[in-house]
Design a protein around this ligand. Structure first.
Ligand code: PHE
Length: 434
């Protein structure tokens, strides 16, 4: 793949990976399950103190080697055991992709049916029913998932830089504008205040171990870190670009979209009597109600779901890219063949997720809360304990000017962040199992 054309290009592409269903679908449903505002605060803290430095570390690893995650470790002379981290990241990408495509498929389904007008004028109960019927029929989920997977594979097989850059500069801002329009409507619904209170007025008694575990996992998932996507994308960033600046911008965009999505959804959840803790269906049983309250609602709904489909595509492309880069890089497989092999394997696992909500939930929880934190931990330990400090500090310098916070950030990454991740991780796994 070529280098991105500019710093904007690098920001746009990395943001394209980060902004996706994680922001609009996963963030609200997790925040809803974990009590709302207190979770939001914790999430912000984790993004700033842990996830942005980790994102920067992945960029450093990728750009300093110019390699995708599966060979970056070897390029730095790491032992075989460390190389397994890259390999594990590739497997994680694969597992995420399997269930991610199902949700992308639902999004496509909603987009198409909005256009046909099938979702307009439904009562709240009927909106819920549409989602229940969709998820109860594996054949339907498999059909829509396959379409999304096919689209993803098509983009990846052609190499991605150009298309993704364009998306980031045009369609993502449009998604943002649409969310703002929806926000205005959502905030003026009767009963919106209760939703805003849930979302913005923290009640710390609701914060339990589960919320801490979820907040960390969600911040990794949303920024696409802990499995190598951002390492691979880092390898495409030009040498002159300021990595800390790129990381900061990407994280800000990612957070804003998630925050807005929550601000649209929670007033709506309360106004229409939806259960905020109902899980992965939350967005799909909430948003159609709001479009019913907007003039030309079907058109808005179509536009919104279409943009979300594109956002999901740029994220799933970044996932499939990790797997394909592994095949092309480690086995010298031609890109097209690698894409077909990886796509076919994903399809098989995707079908398993469509057939069983247990497998779906397992993949969702296991990847975000276990595999990503573990991957992030190992990447950070590798870069800060196995590589010379100068490598990190020099890579963070832009145009020859040192980054003033490099030393402090390195210290944080070397001593504090691994301990924090490990502690949350161990506590979370304990909670999850017992
Ligand atoms: N960050 C993406 C999203 O929010 C999902 C993703 C996770 C993509 C991990 C790549 C790697 O939708």
């Amino acid at each position: 793949m070529d280098k991105f054309s500019s710093r904007m290009g690098a920001v746009a592409a990395a943001a394209g990976s980060a902004v996706g269903l994680g922001n609009v679908w996963r963030f609200p449903y997790i925040a809803g399950e974990d009590g709302g505002a207190a979770f939001l605060l914790l999430y912000v803290a984790f993004v700033v103190l842990i996830s942005i430095p980790v994102l920067l570390t992945e960029f450093v690893l990728g750009r300093s080697t110019g390699k995708p995650v599966t060979s970056a470790f070897a390029a730095l002379g790491a032992s075989r055991r460390w190389q397994l981290v890259g390999f594990a990241g590739m497997l994680t990408a694969f597992l995420i992709l399997s269930y991610y495509n199902i949700v992308s498929g639902w999004t496509l389904y909603y987009g198409v049916h909005s256009l046909a007008g099938d979702l307009s004028g439904l009562s709240e109960g009927e909106v819920q029913q549409v989602f229940d019927e969709l998820t109860r029929s594996p054949a339907e989920s498999i059909l829509w998932m396959s379409l999304m997977l096919f689209g993803t594979a098509w983009i990846v097989s052609r190499g991605v830089a150009g298309g993704i850059e364009k998306y980031g500069k045009i369609l993502m801002p449009l998604l943002f504008v649409l969310l703002v329009v929806m926000l205005v409507r959502s905030l003026t619904l009767e009963g919106a205040a209760a939703g805003m209170a849930f979302y913005l007025k923290p009640d710390f008694s609701k914060l339990d171990g589960r919320a801490v575990f979820d907040a960390l996992g969600q911040s990794f998932f949303s920024l696409s870190i802990g499995m190598g996507t951002m390492t691979t994308y880092g390898s495409y960033i030009r040498k002159e670009a300021n990595l800390a600046g790129v990381a900061w911008r990407v994280a800000s965009i990612d957070f804003l979209v998630a925050f807005l999505a929550g601000a649209v959804i929670f007033p709506c959840v309360f106004a229409f009597g939806v259960n905020p803790a109902q899980g992965p269906g939350l967005v799909f049983v909430t948003l159609p109600n709001i479009f019913n309250q907007i003039p030309l609602g079907s058109l808005f709904a179509f536009l919104f779901f279409a943009l979300l489909v594109v956002a999901a595509l740029t994220s799933s492309v970044s996932l499939l890219e990790v797997v394909v880069a592994y095949f092309t890089d480690s086995f010298r497989m031609p890109r097209k063949r690698a894409t077909v092999v990886a796509g076919a394997l994903t399809l098989v696992f995707g079908v398993a997720c469509a057939l069983s909500s247990f497998i779906f939930d397992l993949f969702d929880n296991l990847t975000a809360n276990v595999l990503l934190p573990l991957g992030a931990l190992l990447i950070v330990v590798f870069v800060t304990h196995r590589l010379p400090r100068e490598l990190f500090v020099n890579e963070c310098a832009a145009h020859g000017a040192p980054w003033p916070l490099a030393a402090a950030c390195f210290f944080l990454l070397r001593w504090i962040i691994p301990v924090a991740i490990a502690a949350i991780f161990v506590g979370g796994v304990y909670n999850w199992i017992f």
